[in-house]
Write a protein that binds this ligand. Structure first.
Ligand code: BGC
Length: 757
């Protein structure tokens, strides 16, 4: 029962955002510089363009060079290579009136040339230290090659697996994503003083980009403020609290207004409430897209974006082309432009670019630091920790003996690193799975191989999903025949199947998450051979594995594992590493369940979780169970864990107090292994309906075989509070279920009730 509510402020205090910099020196420097700048030069700082012609021509002669010379450019994106960047920076520094250096931005999403697993995969490691380390290595590599600014972390909460960009974020949970957001900002930026090896991060996509209707990219988003604040905003806020230097607005609408032009979102929530002190950049061409959204002509939407507090225009050239006119017409003031310009200059100052514009061009370090053995080891470890063992009927780990058949369209392609790796360098020789198997099995077992089938029978779909990364196509009948012949000679069959790596990511929504036709057929035929069979599922999103879960004895969700994916798969498959990943996105039984997420609200006609049979007039489908096939938090190991004796230090808590929830976790199997113990809370009655459960804490612990450990979670008032319909964070008295266990299923969790007085 709700007894009373107290209001907590929405605003946060943001130590890093208001900043520990020597503000005076910085302000004086920027005041002085801005006093010398013309209006055009100030507007120029707000302009971000793609490297475009520079990539094909010499920097000096490119079309962009002329724009730089005129002082009409503040930053460039997607130019790779320290020598090109040095050359272009030289134009800005030596051939412009004031010599203001450029920022060089890049989509460093999961690695630079050492590629880490997809972000969704990394999130399944729940290893914050490992993820911070991955960001730190990515920053270190990028910062030798001219890059000062990376467009990451992407922290959009994604409840719908049809959305291709679920691959770029941390799944469906705001708490976990918030923790990862902070870890990544720390990894990229360090303490924010940008010593050698650190770069400026860019939080994206602010905000709610993961909530597009029907999982369709760029689609409409519309939801209550209570929902957005409770379910979607936390990761963005956490990145701001961690001191992220810049924020990218999203393509979608928020309350009917494109995020780029939303003063509620940018000016009010981000800057005023969260005290964000950095600069805001649009996503690619977003100001131009405001015209398509039906908001106004380009000049007017540029005014709206600037007034909302969006400082830099990525690739729409709306600011450079219209702001001067708008100023003359009195639609904006010079202060509006000054504010934005100051924020961009501040970023450059803080990065140290005014002291040394070539600070990030460290060609010698590039040779020794990029794709080093050490970095590759980290990527391999992270890849092995991010795979999720979904099923194992005593098949895994495999022994390195006999004849092993590796079959499937993902078995011998280098395109298993994952989408959105624009800086990947395939010339480094990223291994195919087959090459990894050859190394792992050399001298121990015989390796047999067959492609088995195309990705799908529809050549056009395969081509669309390839996106410049074409995979070989053959005749499906012939491929099947060959695969069955090869498999008939094997003792065990390993299938490498799933999506092409570019079938997730931007503009890669899928209306069906079911397995592709020819792959499903191949798997059925292989199963009919009656041999032990393991499915390695490659995908950038949850896919439907319902038939597989009933018919294939071992299933490993590989995701896409970065440059070291092949060796990491072998590490896990053959038992050199013990799988420890746990899902951060629910796997549906069928596509029609999407959006599917564990932290949903209860309905008025709930069905008990896990109920298998249909009940009339309850919330359920006629043709499929409600619960996911594999739930949030789920993942198996080569050992087993038991949870017992959940106790609360007190069953009552005051609003300024806290209590401890303790539980014993035991490794009940015979392999030493990592386990992720998860704390969920359910607010039973509140002034607005609250989710059936929400993750509020987790601990990743290493337990030796047979070892038991008592672990403890502090339950704080913040974990029990939520945003109400007035955007107030409130803490309401009443009863809360406290649940701890290995995953989010009711049946896995130990429970106790806590009363907040
Ligand atoms: C994407 C962003 C990316 C930007 C720059 C956009 O299309 O949405 O995530 O950072 O391009 O490449």
């Amino acid at each position: 029962m709700k007894i009373s509510g107290i209001a907590l402020p929405l605003a946060i205090s943001c130590a890093m955002a208001t900043c520990a910099f020597a503000q005076n020196g910085e302000d004086r420097f920027i005041d002085d510089l801005m006093s010398k700048m013309t209006l055009e030069e100030k507007i120029g700082q707000l302009n971000l363009l793609p490297s475009g012609t520079i990539q094909t021509g010499l920097g000096q002669n490119s079309g962009v060079a002329e724009t730089i010379r005129k002082g009409e450019l503040g930053a460039i994106l997607s130019l790779k290579g320290a020598s090109s960047i040095r050359e272009v920076q030289k134009i800005a520094v030596e051939q412009t009136r004031l010599g203001i250096p450029l920022l060089f931005g890049m989509d460093v999403i999961h690695g630079y040339e050492t590629i880490f697993p997809l972000p969704i995969a990394m999130s399944c490691s729940w290893d914050l230290e490992g993820i911070e380390n991955a960001a730190s290595i990515s920053a270190a590599e990028a910062s030798t090659d001219g890059i000062s600014w990376v467009y990451s972390p992407m922290v959009d909460v994604a409840p719908d697996a049809r959305w291709g960009r679920i691959s770029e974020g941390n799944g469906e949970d705001p708490f976990l994503s918030g923790e990862i957001a902070s870890a990544m900002v720390r990894g990229y930026q360090g303490d924010g003083t940008y010593p050698k090896g650190k770069v400026m991060a860019c939080l994206k996509h602010y905000a709610l980009y993961g909530a597009g209707e029907s999982g369709l990219d760029y689609n409409t988003v519309d939801m209550s403020h209570a929902r957005m604040l409770n379910q979607f905003m936390l990761p963005y806020r956490k990145a701001v609290e961690a001191g992220v230097g810049s924020v990218m607005t999203s393509f979608n609408l928020v309350d009917g207004v494109p995020a780029t032009g939303s003063d509620w979102l940018v000016d009010h929530l981000l800057r005023e409430m969260w005290k964000f002190g950095g600069f805001v950049v649009t996503d690619y061409g977003s100001i131009g897209e405001m015209v398509n959204h039906g908001i106004g002509e380009i000049q007017d939407v540029a005014v709206q974006a600037l007034k909302a507090g969006t400082d830099m225009d990525m690739c729409a050239e709306a600011y450079v082309k219209t702001l001067k006119k708008s100023l003359e017409e009195g639609k904006i003031t010079e202060q509006d432009i000054d504010k934005a310009c100051r924020r961009v200059l501040k970023a450059k100052y803080r990065l140290g670019l005014f002291d040394d514009p070539y600070k990030f061009c460290r060609e010698d370090d590039f040779k020794t630091e990029v794709y080093s053995d050490k970095n590759r080891q980290s990527a391999r470890k992270m890849a092995s920790e991010s795979m999720v063992l979904l099923k194992n009927d005593n098949i895994l780990p495999l022994e390195k003996k006999g004849a092993i058949a590796l079959i499937g369209p993902l078995a011998d392609t280098p395109y298993i690193i994952g989408t959105w790796a624009v800086t990947a360098n395939y010339k480094r020789g990223y291994s195919t799975l087959k090459e990894g198997f050859e190394r792992a099995l050399k001298g121990k077992a015989e390796l047999l191989y067959a492609q088995g089938c195309n990705i799908c029978s529809d050549a056009a779909l395969q081509e669309a999903g390839a996106f410049y990364r074409a995979m070989p196509r053959g005749d499906d009948e012939a491929l099947l025949k060959e695969a069955l012949e090869v498999a008939s000679r094997a003792d065990v069959i390993v299938c490498a199947m799933g999506e092409e790596q570019e079938m997730s990511g931007e503009s890669s929504s899928r209306a069906s998450l079911e397995p592709f036709d020819v792959q499903a057929r191949l798997l059925r035929e292989l199963k009919a051979l009656g041999k032990p069979i393991v499915l390695l599922n490659f995908s950038g999103r949850p896919t439907v594995l319902t038939w597989e879960s009933e018919n294939i004895p071992a299933i490993m969700q590989v995701w896409f594992g970065g440059s070291e994916c092949a060796d990491a798969v072998c590490d896990v498959l053959f038992g050199d590493s013990v799988p420890c990943g746990k899902l951060t996105a629910s796997f549906p039984r069928t596509t029609g369940q999407e959006p599917l997420y564990y932290n949903h609200l209860p309905t008025g006609r709930p069905l008990p979780e896990g109920e298998k049979s249909f009940t009339k007039f309850k919330t359920n489908y006629l043709d499929v169970r409600n619960d996911p096939l594999y739930c949030f938090g789920y993942g198996l190991s080569y050992t087993t864990f038991g949870y017992s004796d959940l106790t609360l230090s007190s069953s009552q808590m005051s609003k300024d107090g806290s209590i401890k929830a303790e539980i014993t976790v035991t490794n009940t199997g015979n392999r030493d292994a990592w386990e992720v113990a998860q704390l969920y809370i359910h607010d039973i009655y509140a002034s607005i309906s609250r989710p059936v459960k929400e993750l509020k804490g987790f601990q990743r612990i290493y337990l030796k075989a047979g070892e038991s450990r008592r672990i403890s979670f502090e339950v704080t008032p913040d974990m029990l509070s939520f945003y109400n319909n007035k955007e107030e964070k409130v803490l309401e008295s009443g009863d809360f279920e406290i649940m701890v266990g290995p995953d989010s299923r009711d049946s896995s969790l130990r429970k106790a009730v806590l009363t907040l007085e």
